[in-house]
Design a protein around this ligand. Structure first.
Ligand SMILES: Cc1cc2nc3c(=O)[nH]c(=O)nc-3n(C[C@H](O)[C@H](O)[C@H](O)COP(=O)(O)OP(=O)(O)OC[C@H]3O[C@@H](n4cnc5c(N)ncnc54)[C@H](O)[C@@H]3O)c2cc1C
Length: 478
């Protein structure tokens, strides 16, 4: 059967041997490294819930390509129902892990490639779509997770790929043979790259004449030779490694820098090669899909944040405080508008020539702009309600210390009848959800910087229709 359980997923990662570094040292066993494992657990939730009776009918479906039940995280949307399911599943997962589950990015790449490879073939008579479909069937049969390898290091932002003084600032082809192409460069902020079986590479920006070497799309296993994962620092990473003061210890997010130090990509895994004019379509389709995904998962994270705020009200004795209730209403409102926008982007989706459904990009980007602003506001409201101990709660080790532990427990209790341990745990969760930099910064930059979302809204909106509305009402005829 194509659907993996959580345990089978973790076992499948154990079979991979990626080259990975963290804090200046090589990690030999990534699966049992507590920092990486917290990320694997978050992605693992997409497998775990697929075999949970409550969610399996939503998360699994029949593949039209392999004619077997699959996890929806391997299916480019084939209908409006599939687009809507993506948002609903992401919302459930956001609330379940309270951080990023990290599997949406790979699906967003699969969805993009299923549209654009077809479009390239139509123009050039190439065979990228067939190659991609072979890859997709392999992903579905083995229930694999993909990582989205999109963001290049970019060097001087005022220069295009081929204009950079160092030619490796955007991933490029440096050689080719009958086996495949050799690529060199680095991709950054690679969410969950060690929790993924496959690294799916797309261009990060529109490209033009002279950028042909950079116009590439392909997929390679995450343990490919000469591919190096360097796990980035995060505000709370040493807590996971030390195993104390973690709050939500099971789930976390990490985003390595990925160096392609002359990596061989076999031809059968190359999905775009030098067709520069399609780079823009690749990145805009990916970004739109990814921004739609965020609308679901971030609404889910707000569910967890709102729950934490409500629990802190119970634990602090402020349940009946009216301004707290008002703030909770604001939090719920922000989750629902984010979710609503993302659902609307799905319901307004359209079928592309390849058969894949694409969301409405204006609505998906509106959702992302909303996220960039409002997640920070939701965090502020949660902290306001929870109180100042989000900043400086004594360590678990202090609570366990025989000299001061009981004193701390006496003075840090809240509402009567609430065990102090529960209050401490909830405060740690609030701290984690507010301060986990790898997740909170993605509210702003994930799926592209805010300016990119705004430009897309302007570019994709029907500006003439809006002008014509105004001209007709003003009685102006051209
Ligand atoms: C937590 C997190 C997770 C992520 N996960 C992934 C992932 O899994 N895969 C992936 O591929 N990427 C991922 N990203 C990368 C994300 O898409 C980028 O961070 C985003 O596109 C911004 O790029 P940048 O960080 O290089 O910033 P920059 O592009 O340097 O942007 C910084 C600022 O400069 C502005 N700017 C830059 N260049 C120009 C220009 N030429 N003209 C005008 N303004 C400009 C931007 O608008 C922005 O305001 C992730 C990012 C984060 C923070």
């Amino acid at each position: 059967m194509a659907i993996k359980t959580f345990e089978e997923y973790v076992r499948s990662l154990r079979r991979l041997k990626p080259t990975a570094y963290m804090f200046g040292e090589k990690i030999e066993n990534v699966v049992d490294n507590p920092r990486i494992r917290a990320g694997i657990n978050a992605t693992g939730a997409t497998y775990e819930l697929a075999s949970n009776d409550k969610y399996k009918d939503l998360i699994t479906t029949l593949s039209p390509f392999i004619k077997e039940p699959i996890n929806r995280f391997t299916l480019p949307p084939q209908s409006i129902e599939d687009l809507v399911a993506r948002v609903k599943i992401n919302r459930i997962l956001g609330g379940y892990v309270g951080t990023c589950h990290q599997r949406c990015t790979g699906l967003d790449c699969l969805a993009t490639l299923s549209i654009v490879t077809y479009d390239i073939d139509k123009k050039y008579g190439t065979h990228y779509y067939d190659r991609f479909m072979d890859f997709l069937r392999y992903v579905q049969k083995n229930d694999l997770t993909g990582n989205a390898s999109v963001t290049d290091v970019k060097g001087d932002r005022s220069l295009g790929p081929h204009e950079q003084p160092d030619k490796d600032m955007y991933l490029r082809v440096v050689d080719q043979s009958k086996e495949g192409i050799i690529v060199k460069g680095a991709k950054v902020h690679q969410t969950g790259s060690l929790s993924a079986h496959e690294i799916i590479v797309l261009p990060t920006r529109a490209m033009g004449k002279g950028d042909e070497d950079y116009a590439l799309a392909f997929a390679i296993p995450s343990d490919t030779k000469n591919l190096i994962h360097v796990v980035g620092r995060n505000s709370m990473d040493t807590r996971e490694i030390e195993g104390v003061d973690c709050g939500n210890i099971r789930y976390s997010k990490y985003c390595p820098t990925l160096i392609f130090d002359e990596v061989l990509v076999p031809w059968e895994r190359v999905f775009m090669f030098r067709e520069v004019e399609f780079a823009a379509e690749m990145v805009s389709r990916f970004s739109a899909f990814h921004r739609q995904s965020h609308g679901g998962c971030k609404a889910g994270k707000i569910d967890a944040m709102t729950g934490a705020a409500l629990m802190m009200m119970d634990y602090n004795g402020t349940t009946k405080v009216s301004h707290h209730k008002e703030k909770v209403i604001d939090m719920i409102h922000k989750a629902e508008t984010l979710y609503g926008c993302s659902l609307a982007a799905s319901y307004e989706g359209k079928k592309e020539p390849s058969g894949t459904y694409f969301i409405d990009p204006v609505l998906a980007n509106a959702s992302k702009i909303h996220e960039g602003r409002e997640m920070a506001e939701v965090t502020r409201l949660m902290i306001d309600i929870a109180g100042g101990f989000v900043a400086d709660l004594p360590s678990d080790k202090d609570f366990e210390n025989p000299d001061i532990g009981e004193l701390l427990k006496k003075y840090l209790k809240g509402a009567s009848g609430v065990p102090v341990e529960k209050r401490i745990k909830m405060l740690r969760l609030v701290e984690k959800m507010a301060m986990e930099s790898a997740d909170t910064i993605s509210d702003i930059h994930g799926g592209g910087s805010p300016a990119a979302h705004r430009l897309t809204i302007f570019r994709e909106s029907d500006i003439n229709y809006k002008k014509n509305c105004a001209k007709r009402l003003a009685g102006i005829e051209d």
